[in-house]
Design a protein around this ligand. Structure first.
Ligand SMILES: Cc1cc(N2CCCCCC2)n2ncc(-c3ccc(F)cc3)c2n1
Length: 252
């Protein structure tokens, strides 16, 4: 009767809202622009980091409410040690402050706190707070909130190569056993699904030594917005764009 009517399956119009049943399972975020945000307001850089920590709480709540499985946040890179001592000391206190104010809510929300990175060189107070949060949430099966702390992807990959070489030397494995799966199992992220979506704020379009192996098949989504100005609606826009890219991918 109406030749132009398409049956449901061939629907070509873009959906209006977020499809809560096809969210990315693992979202990774490079939370960039905190220093510039502060500078633009004539405030010290650490004010940007402080503001940025508040945005972490908002986005964690929203990801947990939406049903995202894993959220990996690039909190401190191996390169960040080159920052002024005052700034590094401030940054190393943020995990303590965040958990002191927010761990009860994370437990209530059934969130499991994890970390990736070379943990042993962090200050004792930082290690203590994060270790306590990981042990208090280890049995939670809601959102996995994974902080990249003192993380560097090349360090992680060289570390994996060293471990594998040692296993070959000890005769635990043979060179022929080495494949992508075995390599992945030697990374900090061995227990995690690979990221489906990478979000980076502040207009930079670089990976900055973050999850270089793990992001091989991820969608990248960039925004000019500085992290302290990032919010739930931008987060949903990234998820929405992800879905529509995958939808085209799903098409012919
Ligand atoms: C070093 C650092 C910096 C940090 N920033 C705030 C967010 C903007 C980016 C840099 C500054 N945030 N925000 C939350 C944490 C954190 C880490 C581990 C943990 F178990 C709980 C919270 C954090 N850690």
């Amino acid at each position: 009767k109406f030749p132009f009517t398409k049956n449901k399956k061939q629907q070509t119009t873009k959906p209006l809202g977020l499809d809560h049943n096809h969210l990315p399972k693992h979202v990774a975020i490079i939370m960039d622009g905190n220093g510039r945000w502060a500078k633009n307001r004539g405030m010290p850089r650490i004010a940007g980091h402080k503001e940025g920590m508040g945005v972490v709480k908002k986005i964690v709540r929203h990801a947990s409410d939406l049903g995202v499985k894993v959220l990996t946040l690039y909190a401190f890179s191996t390169e960040n040690w080159k920052r002024p001592k005052k700034e590094v000391d401030f940054l190393m206190k943020l995990p303590v402050e965040f958990l002191n104010t927010y761990l009860p809510e994370l437990i209530e929300r059934n969130v499991q706190v994890q970390t990736i990175g070379d943990f042993t060189v962090l200050p004792p107070h930082t290690q203590k707070a994060v270790k306590e949060a990981m042990s208090k949430t280890k049995d939670n099966d809601g959102l996995i909130l994974n902080f990249a702390l003192n993380y560097g992807s090349r360090f992680e990959m060289v570390n994996a190569v060293k471990q594998i070489a040692a296993e070959v030397e000890q005769g635990d494995i043979r060179v022929s056993d080495i494949d992508e799966k075995l390599f992945s199992r030697h990374l900090y992220t061995s227990e995690l699904l690979e990221p489906d979506l990478l979000i980076r704020t502040s207009g930079e379009q670089r990976l900055s030594n973050f999850l270089l192996w793990q992001l091989a098949y991820a969608e990248f989504w960039f925004t000019e917005v500085y992290w302290p100005d990032f919010d739930e609606s931008l987060f949903e826009k990234a998820l929405f764009d992800y879905q529509n890219r995958k939808r085209r991918y799903g098409g012919v």
